[in-house]
Design a protein around this ligand. Structure first.
Ligand code: ADP
Ligand code: MG
Length: 336
């Protein structure tokens, strides 16, 4: 049984007595993308936003044969491919996260993602032999980038990029930029758990964002984050074990894969939520910290000023960095 992710973090807008806010949703980037404009919710603005989201999907999806990423993958070991500036920006940033995490986060994880098929209908546990054959194909250092020509070359045949851990964040930043440029001050973006809040609520109270209970399938939250941003944006991004997974013989196999063992990461974490300004970085960082584990992960945080984190562990304990305004509301979880 495969559960595709949808709205991972729950959005709670306790806008008392406010009229229903007009939202638009479309399926893109492998998830349901929802945008809510709290002012000037004009058709033309929504149209522009969703056109931009589809444009990014068409460049970065591995499921679209004409995408930049598919073309790069098809030419692995053969030739570099000139790509759109958007694609180059995201790959460059993904390689940065690979570098700082020693390859725990690695955009060349594609062959392993395909091998497991997690999130698709044909997910299965591969044999050790298949994993052993696949692991050597994964190495971010074999991604050759040419910033002058925006060309990307995967040095070895069989390599493949997968931007699933970072592209949604980039798309959320781009949607936020369009909203700002349209002069809209208050909005919420939710791309399958990549949330961006713009401006503040009408009554000046903070946005309240529910964080998904990582033990539950979807829609149940265990805590609430309060986010206040007067004139900038904030993003809340979660990576967890329950977003995409399948179960076999009572074992749950989730979608964040260890580039050293080839299996889903098992390091005591159930989920990692990042609160930051930049959604692309937050998206990459949530996956990176999940893949690194708590001890190694927190060491990276010094380089990300203004970034807050909520860690949830397998023993139901929760650790929160000091700057996050977070309350546990489900007694099953214990804050440490
Ligand atoms: P989601 O995209 O579902 O919100 P994440 O941002 O945590 O969740 O990204 C998980 C996705 O990233 C996987 O579905 C896969 O496509 C890709 N991925 C899996 N393992 C890794 C890894 N170690 N490094 C980089 N990307 C990964
Ligand atoms: Mg991510």
């Amino acid at each position: 049984m495969v559960y595709n992710n949808c709205l991972f973090a729950l959005l709670l807008i306790f806008a008392s007595c406010a009229p229903a806010s007009p939202s638009r949703s479309e399926y893109a980037l492998g998830t349901v993308c929802t945008v809510t404009l709290f002012e000037q919710s004009k058709d033309s603005v929504y149209r522009d936003i969703f056109a931009r989201i589809r444009e990014i999907d068409n460049l970065m999806s591995v499921n679209i044969p004409s995408s930049d990423v598919s073309r790069i993958n098809a030419a692995a070991g053969i030739a570099g491919i000139n790509v759109n500036k958007d694609t180059f920006t995201v790959i460059e940033r993904a390689v940065f996260f690979a570098e700082i995490s020693g390859g725990a986060f690695d955009p060349s994880v594609g062959p392993l993602v395909s091998l497991w098929g997690i999130g698709g209908d044909d997910a299965s546990v591969p044999s050790q032999e298949e994993i052993d054959k696949t692991l050597p194909m994964i190495n971010w250092q074999d991604i050759e980038l040419d910033a002058g020509t925006h060309s990307v070359f995967l040095k070895r045949e069989g390599m493949a990029l997968d931007l699933g851990a970072i592209a949604k964040g980039y798309a959320a930043d781009e949607a936020a930029a369009l909203i700002k440029n349209a002069g809209i001050k208050r909005a919420i973006i939710d791309f399958g758990g990549n949330i961006v809040t713009l401006g503040e609520k009408k009554d000046k109270t903070p946005w309240k964002i529910g964080i998904q209970n990582p033990n539950e399938r979807r829609g149940l939250y265990f805590g609430v984050l309060q986010v206040k941003n007067t004139d900038s944006k904030q993003t809340i991004v979660t990576s967890g074990v329950n977003e995409r997974f399948f179960e076999k013989d009572g074992v749950r196999y989730h979608h964040i894969l260890s580039t050293s063992t080839g299996y889903p990461v098992r390091d005591g974490l159930l989920s990692v939520t990042i609160i930051a300004a930049n959604s692309m970085d937050a998206d990459a960082l949530s996956t990176t910290l999940f893949a690194l584990g708590y001890e190694e992960g927190v060491k990276l945080l010094g380089a990300f000023q203004g970034t807050e984190v909520v860690f949830v562990f397998e023993d139901n304990s929760v650790r929160v960095t000091p700057g996050a305004d977070f309350s546990v509301i489900d007694e099953w979880f214990v804050r440490k």
